[in-house]
Design a protein around this ligand. Sequence first.
Ligand code: ZN
Length: 644
Amino acid sequence: MISPQSIQQVVSRIDIVEIIGSFVKLKKRGSNYIGLCPFHEERTPSFMVSPTKEIYKCFGCGKSGNAIGFLMDHEKYSYVEAIRWLAARYNVELEETQTSPEVRLQQQVAESLFIINNFAREFFSKALNETDEGRSIGLGYFRERGFTGETISKFQLGYAPESSSAFTSAALRAGYKLEYLLKTGLVVMRQDQPADNYRGRVIFPVHNQSGKVIGFGARILKANDRAPKYINTPENELYIKSRLLYGTYFARQAIDRQDECLLVEGYTDVISLHQSGIENAVASGGTSLTPDQLRLIRKFTGNLTILYDGDPAGIKAALRGLDLALEEGLSVKLALIPDQEDPDSYVRKVGAAAFREFIAREKKDFIVFTLQVSLLEAGNDPRKKSQLVNQIAATIARISKLEDFTRQQDYIHQCSQMLGIDENGLVALVNRYIREKVRKEQQIPEAEARQLEEDATGDSHPSDDLTDLVLRGDEMQEEGLVRVLLEYGQMDWEEGKKVADHIFEAEIDFDLLESQMAKRIIEQYRTLYLNQVFPDAKTFVYHEDPEISGYSIHALEFPYEVSPNWKVKFELEIPTRSEMYRQDVQSVLIWLSLAKIKKLIAENQKEWNQAGSYEDQVALMQLHTHLKKMEKELTEKLGTVIYK
Ligand code: ZN
């Protein structure tokens, strides 16, 4: 683990404009920078970076975050990877903290397994190349498959001898612990004796993304009904099947270059394709794809092409789990290898050029393909067809809408034609599935969702800033308070007084804030400030608590800034909010007081309606008049500050 101090050091050096500027061409506009969004296609810039707020935000696709978030999103780094990248850039030496005993133990186990796997890889490689048995049986098999010596050494292929414990004794002699040997699956207990798990098999080492061996696949060579064709490493600290794809280490650069990942079923398919020069291929092992595997592919490319052989089981396996791929933003194509061949045999038969051509010509869109197959299956059965329409609408709804709106529209157009139904009807159906999905994700009760749906579809409810304000109410004003505090807190309010002082002196009862997050942020700000630490947006945007940083980023997003396109279009210099920050602070404080007053008025009204005695009624009426007067004053005050 990297120490918090080191992370702090890295964070304090981040210059968000410089970091994002190394990936996106940015132009200065007022106090911000704008550029073409790297997360969606656009011709006019709507991607904005704010150096004062330390965040970026795209007005087109809605993405926003801090510099670390940008690196994670754009470069597909993990948090730790992003920190390491920044540390290297700013020459910060990272200090690693003491890890907890459990974590350290796990690391030790993982490290030991790596060492054993490496020992095993060498053992199997020697057995293949340097023993008579290996040369005749193992190499014989690989040669028969057409693998060259170069390929065999690139993929570090090996051979496990027939003997019952050749590897086990070599490993124990070399001093490896039996406990760990068992964990690797290389050794098993037979009649209370440790023995080799792989006997008389060819060995395919499985590498992680940095090229270290995490496990093995062992293929049987003799016909034997009782033994499985392949034995794979059991799940352990290194080998987590749901997260790995065979061949990623060798394929990752080619995938990136060609912006396409070919997915095949087995080890030999990958190896044959690579040998022929088609290097952007990985294998799933034949099971349906998991979300982790899809994310792994998504790190390198947005285009997945699945190659499957003709049998129905293969097709079914290929289709399973692909709805998930759409949610990951992958564009999925399918290509059927003809003539009962598999990718391995087919590429050997026709060669790389013809193979590539074949894929380019034959690959079919996943949604369209599924629809074709299902339409054939449904025939003239109206019930089946209506099921199909719903199913296809649900699938299209899974395409993440913000990023792929055009793609979604294309599908709707194409599918409605294939189904012979009205396009608008399919649009409505898809939208219903999207709303259903949103409702489930946000856990909005159904009744409320229906209301929202009516609001969204009814003509009488044009949505504007006001309805937004009404709908979000307290939440938005409190966010506003956090925003002005983080953004302007350390600027001068007047001589000898900072904005933060002004806010803390204002008559706001912070305990009355509805949002726990707003409360926590304001509390932390005040504590730091009282201790002579001067927090700014960065302190919270990069806060170690992801909830706090998330809330801060959200609050700091440019809610009321003049649209950047305005400036682009009219080249007008409009005073930005940071130039009018006093008004901004004042208006937030007034809105906040006004909201509380309105609430008091409503509560008072309720009590008034239920009041029994005459005296109570009079007192409550007087309070009402007083509150109304305050409300009026505040509203007038609000009119004098520019608020948009
Ligand atoms: Zn965007």
